[in-house]
Design a protein around this ligand. Structure first.
Ligand SMILES: [Zn+2]
Length: 353
């Protein structure tokens, strides 16, 4: 794939075929490669653009993503679950994965309930250095080895502490973000399940995906309570006021599975259920973008205390990407229960594009 223009359909298919081969033929001793693919897909959405351009990333940016992805995994799993002996899940075929041990050690010394709060601590730099070193020595070195050879089709080293995603790769990662995320997550879950040392910890539990990849219910409930103080105790979409409000991902979690603080709104359960995994219609988008501009600081304040990432500009870019993808694929958007509209080019003008 060459140049600044979007890769051809053929080049995109070839990329996907190689990703499939990587999963089928790669050697997954630890879960790092899944985390690396998720980090690439997320960073491509957040920092990349919809042309064929290459993207430079620092190993430290990837290291930070690893800390965010693995943070909750260093809490014991199985607490309060019948048939389970609680413990930290093992994510490596041999000794525990070094990233997990490093985060667990950090958490034992420093009281921080989230990576966002941890980052404010002086010792965080040391943790980030350790994790970044592991990322560089392990998955960045081995991800592109599969089928008995090396095929550097995603990235190359670009000097000390940096890599370059090849031209066309960012485009493909953005376009197939959901697919790559889902593949990486389901393989990640399987990797943990088949490790014999996790059997006693897992017991009969069936919520491993929730545990690994979702914010805890308690933190979402707390977030909902605080959001009501910022936005008022009414549904973001229809304005109705009810006692029990849900917390909704404005850009659906299935489309973009990171819990960015500015992406949350409160909605009453009927609207939340009905919108489900859809994008919201233009009238809601306009309101949401306005809120992002006017209430950004209030939302950041709510987020920081509860440990959700506060990245308003990134959140805006994720939304632009999400609606851009829907426009490109003829998607529709949710207006109200049982009412939808097609995402047309006027949506993009909401972003001032
Ligand atoms: Zn509503």
């Amino acid at each position: 794939m060459q140049g600044d223009s979007a890769p051809t359909a053929e080049a995109q298919l070839s990329f996907l075929a190689k990703v499939q081969r990587l999963f089928a033929e790669g050697d997954f001793t630890a879960t790092y490669k899944f985390a690396l693919l998720i980090a690439f897909a997320d960073l491509a959405v957040e920092l990349g653009s919809d042309d064929g351009r290459e993207l430079l990333l620092t190993n430290s940016q990837i290291g930070q993503r690893f800390i965010q992805l693995y943070w909750n995994h260093t809490s014991p799993y199985g607490v309060g679950r019948p048939g389970s002996q609680p413990g930290i899940l093992v994510q490596n075929a041999g000794a525990q994965a070094r990233v997990i041990s490093a985060i667990a050690e950090f958490r034992a010394r420093v009281s921080a309930s989230s990576p966002q709060l941890a980052a404010k601590h002086a010792n965080y730099r040391d943790l980030l250095r350790k994790v970044t070193e592991t990322v560089s020595a392990q998955p960045l070195t081995y991800l592109q080895n599969f089928g008995g050879g090396t095929d550097p089709f995603i990235y190359e080293r670009a000097g000390p502490g940096r890599i370059r995603l090849h031209p066309g790769v960012t485009y493909c990662l953005r376009r197939f973000q959901q697919l790559i995320q889902q593949l990486a997550r389901s393989h990640w879950i399987d990797h943990i399940k088949v490790n014999r040392r996790n059997q006693a910890i897992l017991g009969d539990a069936d919520d491993l995906g929730e545990f690994l990849f979702h914010s805890s219910r308690q933190s979402l409930v707390a977030l909902g309570e605080r959001l009501r103080l910022v936005d008022g105790a009414k549904c973001f979409y229809c304005g109705s006021a009810v006692a029990n409000m849900d917390v909704d991902h404005f850009i659906p979690f299935t489309l973009y599975p990171r819990d960015l603080a500015h992406n949350f709104v409160v909605a009453h359960p009927e609207c939340n259920r009905s919108k489900s995994d859809m994008l919201a219609a233009k009238r809601h988008l306009e309101k949401w973008l306005q809120r992002l501009e006017l209430r950004s600081d209030d939302l950041a304040e709510v987020a920081v205390g509860l440990g959700f990432p506060s990245e308003p500009e990134i959140t805006r870019r994720v939304a632009l990407w999400g609606y851009g993808s829907a426009l490109a694929s003829g998607g529709s958007a949710w207006i109200a229960p049982k009412r939808f509209e097609v995402v047309d080019s006027s949506y993009m003008r909401c972003f001032g594009a």
